[in-house]
Design a protein around this ligand. Structure first.
Ligand code: SF4
Length: 367
């Protein structure tokens, strides 16, 4: 072990990580409680370098919010509107398709599709949405819907999740987003989103997707009312499923943004907390290949530093119409050019590389 960290309160855990040993729940809680962020970063960076060297991936993508109307009222959510409320929208398919036509023929690797739980849109709307987008953008991967939306589709169609997933895949769905995970612990869900599907259902839907050959993502919304134990519990539930399915390709910690929602009196997590969460995520999730920094939420400067705290993947290049974090007060830019991302990665001493939706590298990276 680097002697600089020999006196750290987590020196024994740094050593465990160095030796590639799996960390326990108790280990994770100790790491999460430690203020030795430099030691955490050192260990997370070792793991990151072991897995990916200096390669730092990003994807060229577009974001589609088909609707922000939702019957639910999660306390941390600044995105949803009730039907008829000012700012509520549900886009007609022809409007979405003419928007997508603008990108036909361009090299866009992924379209990220997410919305609320609309009380009256029909199930066929979602299948027609996928079919139409696939027709217009045949070589763009459609990464669509949270498992909360998939559960909703199963309810409105009165079909089992597996049938819904099969129909979605036939219509063009390529992968599931990682949203709706929030914090898995019932205590947090009872307080913040009591109507939302529970952890077991969230995992059931991802496991169906994995069985059908889809790769999916997992997120964690942190920095609100959760405890260190609940963060680690969240990670370990993902690790346990990943041991069985191998279907999660990336973990994405998302900091809670406090504006324009019903959760009062909670400050945005500090940069130290952000870096600690990234580092501990990298150390605990030893079987999830990638750790993403969602710069639209974290900010570009923190994203650059996070590349030394376990992160090997940055989210996309252009976020037209990004709403979820900007409605919640995020002041990050709406878009960033590919040159800017590459410059930022190089300046951090890493090697930028464009990837596709399955994390295949799209350019040669020097060893
Ligand atoms: S987080 Fe999702 S389910 Fe909850 S209110 Fe917002 S859009 Fe609806």
């Amino acid at each position: 072990m680097n002697p600089v960290f020999a006196a750290s309160d987590v020196a024994d855990l740094i050593e465990k990580a160095e030796q590639g040993q799996r960390l326990s729940f108790e280990d994770g809680v100790r790491l999460m409680r430690s203020n030795d962020v430099a030691a955490l970063g050192y260990a997370a960076n070792l793991v990151r370098n072991r897995l990916h060297g200096d390669t730092t991936t990003y994807i060229v993508n577009r974001y589609l919010h088909y609707s922000n109307v939702c019957w639910d009222t999660c306390k941390f959510c600044s995105f949803y509107r009730k039907p008829g409320e000012p700012g509520a929208f549900a886009k007609p398919l022809d409007e979405i398709f003419s928007w997508a036509q603008r990108f036909a023929g361009q090299s866009i690797q992924e379209l990220h599709i997410v919305g609320g739980l609309h009380p009256s849109l029909k199930y066929d709307y979602y299948l027609d949405l996928l079919r139409g987008l696939k027709r217009i953008l045949p070589s763009t991967a459609l990464k669509g819907f949270t498992s909360v939306e998939i559960d909703w589709f199963a309810r409105i169609s009165r079909k089992p999740v597996e049938t819904v997933m099969r129909e979605m895949v036939e219509a063009g769905l390529d992968s599931l987003t990682g949203g709706g995970a929030e914090i898995f612990a019932d205590r947090v869900r009872d307080l913040l989103c009591p109507n939302k599907i529970r952890a077991a259902r969230w995992f059931e839907i991802h496991e169906v997707a994995h069985r059908l050959g889809l790769k999916t993502q997992a997120t964690m919304l942190y920095g609100h009312i959760e405890t260190p134990q609940e963060r680690i519990d969240h990670m370990l539930r993902i690790r346990e499923v990943q041991d069985r399915t191998g279907g999660f390709q990336v973990f994405i910690p998302l900091a809670y943004h406090p504006e324009n929602n019903a959760l009062r009196g909670v400050e945005r997590a500090t940069g130290m907390t952000d870096l600690k969460v990234y580092a501990v995520s990298r150390l605990m999730l030893d079987n999830v290949p990638h750790l993403k920094c969602y710069w639209i939420s974290a900010g570009l400067k923190l994203a650059q530093i996070a590349l030394s705290y376990g992160v090997d993947d940055l989210d996309g290049i252009v976020y037209e119409h990004e709403r979820i974090f900007h409605d919640a007060g995020s002041s990050t830019p709406q878009s960033v050019s590919e040159d800017e991302i590459r410059h930022m990665v190089r300046e951090a001493g890493r090697v930028p590389c464009r990837r596709d939706s399955r994390y295949r590298l799209l350019e040669e990276v020097a060893a």
